[in-house]
Design a protein. Structure first.
Length: 250
C-alpha cells in the first residue's frame, strides 16, 4: 500500500512541477581519457615534426614533459608503433619511425585507389544534404590553411574525406585509410610545406569537390589522381633528399 501511495505522490509531484517524461540526451562524444589525450599530443608532435624522424623517445623526459606515469607513456608508444609512427629498435628502444620513399609510394598508391573509387561512387550516388556538408568541410579546410600549426589542417582534411567515404558506402576502405592516417598526415605536412608545388593543395581539393558535386564520376576520379600525383612528386623530392643526407652523400 505504501508503495502505491509513493508512486501516486510522485505522479502528483511531476504533474504539479509540469515535468515532461523524456529520454536522456545521448552522449555524442565520449570524454577523452588521460591515455587518449597523451596519444593525441604525441601523435601531433610527431606529425608536426616536434620529434624528428629517427629521434629516440626516452620515457623519463616524456613523463616529465607530459606529467604522466611511465605506464601511460609506454602504452602510448605501443599504440603509436601500431600506427606506424614509432619503431622499436633492439638495444636502442623506441624512435620516431623513418618514412622513406619506398613506403611513401605504397601509401600514395593505396590512397589513389581508395580515394579515387570513393570519389567516383560518391559522385554517382550522393543525396540529401551531402553537397552542403561537403561544401562546409571544404570551407573549414580552407580556413585552416594559414594556421601556424598543422593539426587543424590535418583534422579538416580527414573530415573532408570521411564525408566522401561515408556517402559512398566504402566503410571498409575508410577503416584502411584510418589505419594509415598517421603516416598519411606526416606526408601531408611534408608536401603542404613545399612552396614550389605546381598547384596548391587547396586547388586540388576544390577540384575534387566540384567534380563530385557535378556528378561526374570520371572527373572526380581524375581529380583525385591529379592530387595524388602532385603530392607524391613533391614528397619524392623531399624524401630522397633526406635519404641522401642520412647516408652522408650530401
Amino acid at each position: 500500500m505504501s508503495i502505491l501511495l509513493e508512486a501516486t505522490a510522485l505522479d502528483d509531484y511531476k504533474s504539479q512541477m509540469n515535468i515532461a517524461k523524456s529520454n536522456l540526451p545521448k552522449i555524442e562524444h565520449a570524454p577523452q581519457t588521460l591515455r587518449d589525450i597523451v596519444q593525441e599530443r604525441m601523435r601531433t608532435a610527431i606529425i608536426e615534426g616536434h620529434f624528428a624522424p629517427g629521434e629516440r623517445l626516452i620515457e623519463r623526459p616524456l613523463c616529465d614533459q607530459l606529467g604522466v606515469s611511465r605506464t601511460v607513456v609506454r602504452e602510448t608508444i605501443r599504440f603509436l608503433e601500431a600506427e606506424g609512427l614509432v619503431e622499436i629498435i633492439p638495444n636502442r628502444g623506441p624512435i620516431v619511425a623513418l618514412l622513406d620513399w619506398d613506403q611513401a609510394v605504397q601509401i600514395y598508391e593505396i590512397r589513389e585507389q581508395l580515394e579515387g573509387s570513393a570519389a567516383a561512387v560518391c559522385a554517382q550516388r550522393y543525396s540529401g544534404d551531402f553537397a552542403k556538408r561537403l561544401g562546409e568541410a571544404l570551407a573549414a579546410l580552407n580556413a585552416t590553411m594559414d594556421d601556424s600549426e598543422w593539426i587543424g589542417v590535418m583534422r579538416a582534411t580527414t573530415r573532408f574525406y570521411e564525408i566522401i567515404f561515408t556517402e559512398s558506402g566504402h566503410s571498409i576502405a575508410w577503416d584502411i585509410v584510418q589505419r594509415l592516417n598517421g603516416r598519411i598526415s606526416r606526408l601531408r605536412v611534408l608536401t603542404l610545406s613545399a612552396k614550389d608545388r605546381p598547384k596548391p593543395g587547396m586547388s586540388h581539393m576544390t577540384a575534387i569537390f566540384e567534380a563530385i558535386i557535378s556528378r561526374d564520376a570520371d572527373a572526380a576520379r581524375a581529380a583525385v589522381e591529379a592530387h595524388i600525383l602532385d603530392a607524391s612528386t613533391t614528397a619524392q623530392r623531399f624524401l630522397q633528399d633526406e635519404t641522401k643526407k642520412a647516408a652522408g652523400d650530401v
